[in-house]
Design a protein around this ligand. Structure first.
Ligand code: 2AM
Ligand code: CA
Ligand code: CA
Ligand code: CA
Length: 264
């Protein structure tokens, strides 16, 4: 797609996001309808569904040939990476949205033939817009984000979910405990998109998590790419865009150190 067309996408993407964010803020006044998906900690509200439909409706009317892959399943059955695909998480951090009304985000990554072109993460409660365009850098609101500098584990603050610290079937938890002990500190925010945006903006030095879906990481990958962040699976292998992946996002140098610990 040509540059002018991408400019049009950017303009709409930002306008629609601010409209959707207002709908989310307005919903705090109303009673949410909450249901379970796969288990009791996997929640979905009527707002997750209506915000996804809001974006799909706008995209289909404005860019009819673009495809949409959304968490709540109202988009297209995307089988391959061809063409332009909007990968949408209408609310990332639904538990936070329900319990705290903060630390939840709208996350949208736009890919062309599998290549990340535009990523947006909007921290609705904090009114912070993280935005990146391939080759043009990443921004937090109006401020351009600097390239990430190398850091060692002993100086690093790492985003990690507490379930990792005990026995689990995915990683050797003793390796995770070594990382936790040898780091400066750990944090857990409950929104993968915000945690990836925090790595891109330097608030976290790394973020690692066991299993994310495309809509959780699609935007974050594009942001991190623009600031020199390294993102792989926790074993160091490349992330597959349309699959579930473990995710390890980190500053250069630290990423290598973390993979070494995790694969020990
Ligand atoms: P979600 O809120 O969009 O579902 C913390 O739960 C983080 O992990 C959130 O970013 C959440 O995204 C994501 N996540 C991914 N799969 C999940 C699942 N099955 N249950 C709960 N959270 C999940
Ligand atoms: Ca969910
Ligand atoms: Ca999510
Ligand atoms: Ca979601």
């Amino acid at each position: 797609m040509k540059k002018e067309e991408w400019n049009k996408v950017e303009e709409h993407l930002k306008t629609w996001t601010l409209e959707a964010a207002q709908l989310l803020k307005d919903s705090f006044e109303n009673t949410l309808t909450i249901t379970y998906k796969s288990h009791i900690a996997d929640l979905v509200t009527d707002m997750d569904k209506s915000i996804e439909k809001f974006f799909i409706n706008k995209i289909q009317n404005t860019f009819p040939i673009h495809k949409v892959l959304g968490e709540e399943g109202y988009g297209d059955q995307v089988q391959d990476k061809s063409g332009i695909i909007w990968i949408i998480d209408p609310i990332d951090g639904t538990t936070n949205f329900i319990h705290q009304q903060s630390n939840f985000a709208i996350s949208i990554g736009i890919y062309e033939n599998g290549e990340g072109k535009m990523g947006l993460i909007y921290d609705v409660g904090g009114s912070n817009l993280y935005f990146a365009k391939k080759g043009e850098g990443a921004y937090l609101n109006e401020k351009k984000l600097p390239c990430l500098q190398e850091v060692t584990l002993s100086e690093a603050v790492i985003g990690v979910n507490a379930t990792w610290a005990g026995p689990n079937r995915r990683v050797n938890h003793e390796n995770v405990q070594n990382i936790v002990r040898n780091s400066r500190g750990t944090r857990s925010y409950g929104s993968a998109a915000i945690e990836l945006a925090y790595v891109a903006s330097g608030k976290l030095d790394a973020y690692m998590t066991m299993r994310l879906s495309p809509w959780d990481f699609a935007a974050g990958l594009i942001l991190l790419n623009e600031v020199g962040g390294v993102v792989t699976r926790t074993d160091g292998q490349p992330v597959q865009l349309l699959e579930q992946n473990s995710i390890l996002a980190a500053k250069p140098g630290l990423h290598r150190e973390l993979v070494d610990h995790l694969t020990e």
